[in-house]
Write a protein that binds this ligand. Structure first.
Ligand code: ADP
Ligand code: MG
Length: 401
């Protein structure tokens, strides 16, 4: 897949020496007041930023952070703490712009010396970001001579800093985006498919409705579909299995039936849980109980040990495994066993293993297994949309740039 049709120009082919490089990063980090409580996303951009600096670029960084109203400055969503953390990690001064676009920040960008770094305020303080407003995009484009997109987690959004700017400046993808597209592209590629088969997708998490598109798209490529998490109960209910008080999306039962029929027609083997960890209420302190059939009044909060054993046997035969969505309420120890067991199965597997989804990635990290899979996507929504549509607005825009 490396260098395949999906991937736009990379920074290997962008001349950055003595130029202002407008870099779209994903510094959408959690804050406690003015402290960044998890800097994973900032660290993820460092390889690209260091490389651009080594090659003589001057960096103008932009990101969104949270969901401000789009009507100007809001203290709680300022990117200043992220810029401060970046300065510590890069060990350089980071000039802060205090506004998003306009003469002041444009002037600051022109004053940057060799290897200078600056960051502007939260893109979403300006409604033009989400609206992909052409004037706002021109304002952003005035901040750079060239553009680099390394914000994989935001590339499914047709925003001004993702799509609008890409059409105005010579652009390229950074190393983070490159790595994501190469890793996820393997799942989309039709070349040498037999070498990667059997291909299994394991889907879980909260809702069927969040994942319909990706399930549908994946059924064209996979050999095995495993469904766990809350989603499993909608599928089980759709096949007539009693699910007690488990979370079922009543309005998605028909859809679940149609998906199961599609799987059958396409020769995809579907695996639903055969035992469960249930409780009588949705609470951390609820008493867990392992059952094969869910009694009335009980709700399934995790897949059971028998399911794990059965699935483990099939997964050992697979050569490609994609996992998205926890198998149970892994945030509560009593209901984390299924997700942990699955994570361990992936860690022990010789297959090419790819994990996407914010909570699934968090679960892997919690179990200390993040290094034991081949790729953990930094973009939840973006990774699912890439698998669903085979492309992302941010990639398409850069291919035209
Ligand atoms: P991801 O972020 O990896 O895509 P989702 O956001 O779709 O995953 O789902 C994660 C959430 O699903 C977790 O908070 C987890 O507690 C919840 N969940 C998983 N299984 C169940 C279940 N059986 N009942 C209720 N919630 C569940
Ligand atoms: Mg999630």
């Amino acid at each position: 897949m490396a260098g395949g049709p999906l991937l736009p120009r990379t920074i290997d082919h962008l001349d950055v020496a003595d130029r202002r490089v407008l870099v779209r990063v994903d510094f959408n980090v959690p804050l406690d007041g003015e402290t960044v409580t998890d800097d994973t996303r900032i660290r993820a951009a460092l390889p690209t930023l260091r490389e651009l600096l080594e090659r003589g670029g001057k960096l103008v960084l932009c990101s969104h952070l949270g969901r401000p109203k789009g009507k100007g400055f809001e203290q709680a969503y300022s990117t200043l703490p992220a810029a401060a953390r970046l300065a510590e990690l890069l060990e350089v001064e980071v000039v802060f712009g205090h506004s998003v676009v306009g003469d002041d920040v444009t002037e600051l960008s022109r004053e940057l010396g060799p290897a200078g770094v600056m960051m502007i305020e939260n893109l979403r303080f300006n409604a033009g970001e989400k609206d992909n407003d052409p004037e706002f995009a021109r304002g952003l484009a005035a901040l750079g001579d060239v553009y680099v997109d390394d914000a994989f987690g935001a590339m499914h959004r047709p925003d001004a800093s993702i799509v609008g700017v890409a059409e105005l400046l010579p652009g390229a993808v950074g190393r983070l985006v490159q790595r994501e597209v190469e890793a996820l592209g393997v799942l989309l590629s039709t070349e040498n498919r037999h070498e990667r088969a059997p291909f299994a997708a394991i889907l879980g998490g909260a809702k069927v409705s969040d994942k319909i598109g990706v399930i549908e798209a994946l059924t064209k490529r996979i050999d095995h579909l495993f469904v766990g998490g809350a989603m499993a109960y909608t599928f089980l209910a759709a096949t007539g299995v009693p699910v007690g008080a488990s979370r079922v999306e009543q309005d998605k039962l028909d859809l679940a039936r149609q998906l199961l029929q599609k799987c059958q027609a396409r020769g995809v083997k579907v695996h639903l849980p055969i035992d469960h960890v249930v409780a009588d209420r949705f609470e951390e302190g609820a008493t867990p109980e392992v059952v094969d059939a869910i009694p009335d009044g009980k709700m399934g909060l995790d897949i059971g040990p028998g399911t794990l054993r059965a699935w483990g046997g099939v997964l050992r035969t697979c050569r490609t495994i994609f996992w998205n969505g926890p198998m149970g309420v892994f945030e509560w120890d009593a209901f984390a066993g299924g997700t942990r067991g699955l994570a361990e199965a992936l860690a022990a597997s010789d297959a090419h293993t790819i994990v996407g989804g914010g909570d699934s990635a968090a679960a892997l990290a919690k179990f200390g297994l993040a290094d034991r899979v081949d790729h953990v996507s930094t973009g939840g929504g973006a990774s699912l949309e890439l698998l669903e549509h085979g492309d992302l607005p941010g990639l398409a825009a850069l291919r035209k740039s």
